[in-house]
Write a protein that binds this ligand. Structure first.
Ligand SMILES: Nc1nc2c(ncn2[C@@H]2O[C@H](COP(=O)(O)OP(=O)(O)OP(=O)(O)O)[C@@H](O)[C@H]2O)c(=O)[nH]1
Length: 362
């Protein structure tokens, strides 16, 4: 699926860089181009593609400090500059646009929904978002920002592919330390998804096509991506169980949004050396996926890849009823309530006499 990427905010820019790197390292050629947009000048300097600094008149290149309403406002005022940078990149070849952002901060969280809405108005190709949810240990502001942004992006985009930062965190590692590793994990999964349908010469009938990715995401709402790989046997027969076990792991422990197992539609892509991919195993795994997700629309296809491993990539479309999302939205609402209570407390001047921030003289 030939894709143009727009990274908004710090996380959005870093992830976009990782995605573009992965695509060029693997020689897939699915990423047609990338643009980075931010309110913080320093973050843009690290990106090896065209960048646009927005909100300069308001924040002087220093970022919006987690204020996602301001992030939305500055994107709204400076959207023409962003669109100008995209012109010429979204060619007739482009099959999709992805707006990439961390949903917990300010610039990406506020800017992504505004940009998605604008792009949808202008372009005919699907406009998707790749959004990152804050880990559960991040502060209340991040949870509230992400809750509001998530709701809006899911409504505006053709689909919102969600990644939960907690899904890829290694034990004992702080979130900050883990970002690079998390970004690599995301880039591998999403990069393979982009590359699906980009296949290669000598393709068979079962090779997955971009339209299958697009159809799986057609129901809109929220999507998730699962992945797992295992060592390939010498021949297809020997890989029947491997495909079953990688598919199980991809859904049960390998998704970008843990516990999101119920879906409206799904796509199973099995990647590996073509004549080592077992037809019987793929069909069995596809049926298993149908049962597990409760979806009657489970597509399947191969992705020819020269590798000594075999991998299952599962795209789930329409996962908004998942437990994990309900838990996250409850967390965001709770954080919002606490923030409002805190603001009310601070607004009451009588509190200044009651609390012990200033010690009595006597
Ligand atoms: N996966 C991943 N998440 C990140 C990364 N950097 C930040 N985040 C997450 O993204 C959220 C913060 O968003 P940022 O992108 O840093 O913020 P911003 O959009 O630049 O907005 P401001 O800094 O407020 O202007 C937090 O929830 C972080 O956990 C990253 O490199 N990878």
């Amino acid at each position: 699926m030939k894709t143009v990427l727009i990274g908004v905010g710090q996380a959005g820019g870093k992830l976009t860089r990782e995605l573009a790197d992965f695509d060029s390292r693997m020689g897939f050629g699915a990423v047609l181009g990338a643009v980075g947009v931010n309110t913080a000048e320093a973050d843009l300097q690290e990106l090896p593609f065209e960048t646009v600094l927005i909100g300069q008149d308001r924040v002087k290149g220093h970022g919006v400090g987690g204020d996602n309403e301001l992030g939305a406002e500055v994107m709204q005022s400076d959207k023409q500059e962003v669109l100008a940078a995209l012109e010429g990149r979204i060619t007739a070849e482009a099959e999709a646009i992805f707006v990439v952002a961390g949903l917990g901060g300010g610039t990406g969280s506020g800017g992504a929904p505004v940009l998605v809405k604008e792009l949808k108005r202008i372009y005919d190709v699907p406009v998707y978002a790749l959004g990152v949810l804050p880990g559960r240990n991040e502060g209340a502001m991040y949870q509230v920002n992400a809750g509001r942004s998530l709701k809006t992006v899911a409504r505006e985009a053709d689909s919102l592919l969600l990644v939960d930062n907690d899904a890829f965190r290694a034990t004992g590692e702080s979130l900050g330390e883990g970002f690079d590793a998390i970004n690599r994990e995301i880039a591998q999964r999403v990069g393979l998804l982009f590359a699906s349908g980009e296949a290669v010469e000598g393709v068979g009938e079962s090779v997955v096509d971009s339209s299958e990715v697009i159809n799986t995401l057609r129901s809109g709402g929220i999507a998730a991506l699962g992945y797992a790989s295992g060592e390939s046997a010498e021949n297809a027969e020997g890989n029947i169980n491997t495909v079953m076990s990688t598919t199980r792991r991809a859904l049960m422990t390998g998704t970008s949004l843990p516990e999101a197992n119920e879906a409206d539609a799904a796509l199973l892509v099995v990647a590996g050396v073509p004549d080592k991919i077992p037809r019987k195993g793929v069909e069995r795994a596809r049926r298993w996926l149908e049962e597990e997700t409760g979806s009657l629309q489970v597509r399947g296809g191969d992705f020819p890849l020269d590798s000594d491993r075999i991998a299952s990539l599962i795209l789930l479309g329409g996962v908004e009823r998942s437990d994990r999302l309900e838990k996250f939205m409850a967390r965001a609402k709770e954080a919002q309530k606490e923030a409002e209570e805190e603001a009310e407390k601070q607004e009451d001047p009588a509190d200044a006499w009651r609390n012990d921030e200033l010690e009595d003289l006597l």
